[in-house]
Design a protein around this ligand. Sequence first.
Ligand code: HEC
Ligand code: HEC
Length: 343
Amino acid sequence: MSFRVRLAWVALAGCIGLTGCTGKDILAMRQHPTELPPSTSVTPPGPFTGPAISATSDYPKNENSPRPEPPAQFASLKNPLQATAGNVAKGKALYDANCAVCHGPAGLGNGAAAAALNPKPMNFTTPIHTHLPDGYWFWRISKGGGVPPFSAAGSGMPPWESTLSEEQRWLVILYEHTFSGGAQAGGGATTGPAPAGPGPAPSGPGAPGAPAVSATTTYPKDENAARPEPPAQFASLKNPLQATPENLAKGKALFDTNCAVCHGPTGLGNGAAAAALNPKPMNFTTSIHTQLPDGYWFWRISKGGGVPPFSTAGSAMPPWESSLSEEQRWLIITYEHTFSAKK
Ligand code: HEC
Ligand code: HEC
């Protein structure tokens, strides 16, 4: 690494440290599929290991390397738009007009202008693109390749903040997610009144093509089945909390007190009370738990197993809405995500 690049890194890392955009926050975003825009079908292109974002990275030299952490003002941004058919169509029009020339019509990085460029326009269909937080996408599209560390590598990625409105940038992002995540992009095609999308185009490992939530399902009989769609009032909820060390510690304390007896101290579903139960307390470390939308978690913890379809299966999952505050439920959710991500 050249001295210049090193310097750029020190500067970036310093800014991140000062402004509180910690690696934990980034990790949280990565672990929170639902903080990314909903789509209705999740087709991870392949297994993915390692962080999507990291403070030290040799991207863009190495296109499989974790991406640099976005500056603090971008890090926590969330796409405010839903992947409805209308929005995805608008995003496609913007993409075709502005991005396809380099990134290619299908996001493969093979547009007409690609041959002349080094580093190459990225291929948006690789597994890492299902894991990048919204804030990373928005940063990159807004500022382009003229900022460190991309500038040092000679990136030809243009900045779009003065040519595309914020809304247009989010629309393009919705569309770009279809390259890596969605066989289909018309997020509007969900069954519920609210877009009860299985969360994120970006998603963790899982069976290709398997949605994380679905209107028809054999869960909890089959613990690998897609989860039922949360009711409309839960479907679009997002965890308002960041996975700071403080919040994780609070979530752990609440989990240890209230949940570990059934779900086990490390979320494996093997707590002391588990043996007696059928269906079993869920194991939170399976791949589907990296994909479930926040609204699903919040619904389940609030209402427990006493509502259909869980009640029919005889679920012993207690409702927590009267014993834990909303904030406490979100703290636990923040902590629970560490079980599935740590695998
Ligand atoms: C002139 C060619 C060119 C055009 C036009 C272009 N890009 Fe890029 N883009 C690049 C190059 C080269 C890179 C790889 C280097 C880098 O990351 O800066 C890149 C990288 C990116 C990345 C980072 C991808 C990653 O894997 O980390 C995003 C996101 C992106 N472009 C989005 C867009 C969007 C959206 C548009 C249209 C609004 C667009 N680009 C238009 C050349 C281009
Ligand atoms: C008395 C045992 C018991 C306790 C205590 C308990 N659960 Fe559960 N939980 C279950 C059972 C059994 C299931 C599986 C059946 C179902 O989904 O309703 C379950 C399922 C869940 C699910 C759905 C998981 C999935 O994979 O879809 C979540 C989320 C959950 N529990 C969170 C919690 C949290 C958070 C706490 C503590 C605040 C907690 N549980 C306490 C028994 C328990």
